[in-house]
Design a protein around this ligand. Structure first.
Ligand code: GLN
Length: 300
């Protein structure tokens, strides 16, 4: 009514809005994404590039291009999902990890940069020409196993996960990336590989305490990949117990854990007879990966 009084009614009923340029859409999307993302502009670029089915570089080369209604509709729908808390990687269906473009789905945790530290430490333990058996327990999308298999092509990497849906994603990643020195096993932790030996075992197990307030922000991701009992240490304790019989020549076992779990993880490992325990800081200075060796009577 006010619009009519002001003589603006023709605008109020205009069916088509002004054409929106790529740059304008990015500016608007970035503003909306700021409330959920610390990398709002990057998120906006990745979402828009996907909505127009172009590489991200296209956005920089053509900021003045206008978007058609269909593209704007797609952008609106994906922005909604992101603002409601869905991780960007589930919307785009992929996440870069260790320079590998990985498919991810809600059946898998979104690979995190801190897990690249685990890969980095594992690779320091594996000489370039090694032809060892390596194990990744709780592989999810396959991130750790695939990065190691790619970097150490003479090694044979085994990847275990309890979730058949996650393993399907990991297998698909191996196919897409044409990484073939990897085998997949469905089962509970060491169970499907209990009769084998591995020179290096790496794992990013669930380690968040079941009552941790941080879980709210992680609610789109699979709980089975995140939580491990009241103290977050249940899975780590299972690994400390069961990896002893499948570790070859004493180790190492490499475990990712929470920034406040260094001492607890060391204690669990010590209680199961692991030694030479060392914890590494991630790139933000938080203690996030622990390495341990096991000296059984056969290996000493
Ligand atoms: N790194 C994840 C987080 O706290 C947790 C992953 C895990 O439990 N393995 O955001």
């Amino acid at each position: 009514m006010y619009a009519k009084l002001l003589g603006l009614d023709q605008y109020a009923y205009e069916p088509m809005s002004e054409p929106v340029s790529i740059e304008q859409a990015l500016v608007d999307a970035t503003t909306r994404l700021r409330e959920v993302s610390e990398s709002a502009r990057l998120d906006a670029e990745l979402l828009l590039a996907r909505c127009i089915d172009m590489p991200r570089s296209y956005l920089f080369a053509h900021p003045e291009d206008t978007l058609d209604e269909a593209a704007l509709g797609r952008l609106e729908r994906t922005l909604q999902r992101r603002v409601e808390g869905e991780p960007l990687a589930y919307i785009t269906g992929s996440k870069e990890f260790w320079s590998l473009e990985l498919i991810v789905s809600p059946a898998t945790l979104v690979p995190r940069p801190e897990t690249e530290l685990l890969v980095d430490i594992a690779l320091r333990e594996i000489p370039r020409e090694a032809d060892w058996a390596i194990l990744d327990l709780g592989t999810g999308s396959g991130a750790i196993a695939l990065a190691i298999a790619k970097e150490r092509q003479l090694c044979q990497v085994s990847a275990v996960d309890v979730s058949p849906e996650a393993l399907a994603v990991a297998r698909e990643n191996a196919n897409q990336l044409t990484i073939s020195n990897i085998s997949f096993f469905q089962g509970n932790w060491t169970e499907p590989v209990a009769d084998q030996k591995f020179k290096v075992i790496a794992s990013n197990p669930p380690y968040v305490a079941s009552g941790d307030a941080a879980l709210d922000a992680l609610r789109a991701e699979p709980a089975v990949a995140l939580t491990a009992g009241e103290d977050g240490l249940e899975s780590i304790a299972i690994l400390a117990r069961d990896c002893r019989t499948i570790i070859d020549d004493g180790g190492p076992l490499l475990l990712e854990h929470g920034a406040d779990q260094r001492d607890d993880v060391a204690e669990v490992l010590l209680s199961y007879g692991w030694d030479r325990i060392r914890c590494y800081d991630d790139y933000s200075g938080n203690p996030r990966v622990t390495r341990a060796y096991y000296s059984s009577s056969e290996t000493t």
